[in-house]
Write a protein that binds this ligand. Structure first.
Ligand code: ASP
Length: 249
């Protein structure tokens, strides 16, 4: 939620513009101990889409809600809403104006560093979880939905394998079922977290033409931050307070 509240990232406040000049956000969350998940697609006005995703996981019988119905559910739960001014961002607006009158829709990867936010975490009980939140791609239309809210594509968590949150060109991540593919390589083929992430991101996905990256974690606390783009904003912190922040390789 704090990453969503920061205007520097393409999620929540700071989300990119759709072709009609609005914001449609996607988010998902999954917990590895019970394979519970919640996701929201094409939500507008809700301050923290990832919080809504969590409420869908915890307070509904569903996994994924979208659009007006998801907003109705958020209102029922009295989640925070914000108006258009809150979501307006000059930098994003200028990016949007550059391609508004074209058929292009584009990744927010200013200098090829992605702006979608994702987090993976391991708690003191040994459980892992993953969450992803995004405004999607600039100038998207037709209620386009990316990989972020799709369980198994952009977000996945399973205590037996890993927790994964992806960023990149969603269409490729959906077709390559990236997050679940990594989990399967660990579960069925016995690959390590590093081997599985490297293979999917820097071999399979790259050959497929999919640009992006991901953050991954397992219950041992092994952490992999893999990407095939020039850079990816990333940071980590351990319970012993070891921490780091990186952008490029
Ligand atoms: N994966 C997101 C999407 O396709 C975009 C991003 O990660 O920047 O909607």
């Amino acid at each position: 939620m704090s990453l969503e509240n920061c205007p520097l990232f393409n999620a929540g406040k700071g989300s990119v513009f759709t072709n009609d000049g609005s914001h449609e956000m996607d988010a998902a969350i999954m917990t590895g101990k019970d394979l519970m998940a919640g996701a929201v697609a094409g939500i507008s006005g809700v301050k923290n889409p990832v919080h809504l995703a969590r409420m869908i996981m915890e307070k509904s019988e569903h996994v994924m809600l979208s659009g007006a119905g998801a907003a109705e559910f958020a209102k029922l739960l009295k989640l925070d809403f914000e108006n258009e001014d809150y979501f307006f961002n000059q930098f994003r607006y200028d990016q949007f104006l550059e391609i508004r009158d074209t058929d292009k829709f584009q990744l927010d990867h200013t200098e090829k560093k992605f702006g979608t936010v994702g987090a993976v975490a391991l708690d003191q009980n040994g459980n892992i979880a993953a969450a992803t939140s995004t405004g999607g791609m600039t100038n998207k239309r037709f209620n386009r939905v990316g990989d972020s809210p799709i369980i198994g594509a952009g977000t996945y968590a399973n205590n037996n394998t890993c927790a994964i949150s992806c960023t990149g060109h969603g269409e490729f991540f959906i077709r390559a079922v990236v997050a679940y593919d990594i989990s399967c390589l660990i579960e069925y083929k016995g690959l390590s977290l590093t081997e599985a992430c490297e293979f999917v991101v820097n071999d399979k996905l790259k050959k497929f033409g999919g640009e992006g990256g991901l953050v991954a974690l397992n219950t041992n606390g092994d952490c992999v931050l893999a990407f095939n783009s020039d850079g990816m904003y990333r940071a980590w912190k351990t319970s012993e307070n070891k921490k780091g922040v990186e952008i490029y390789r």
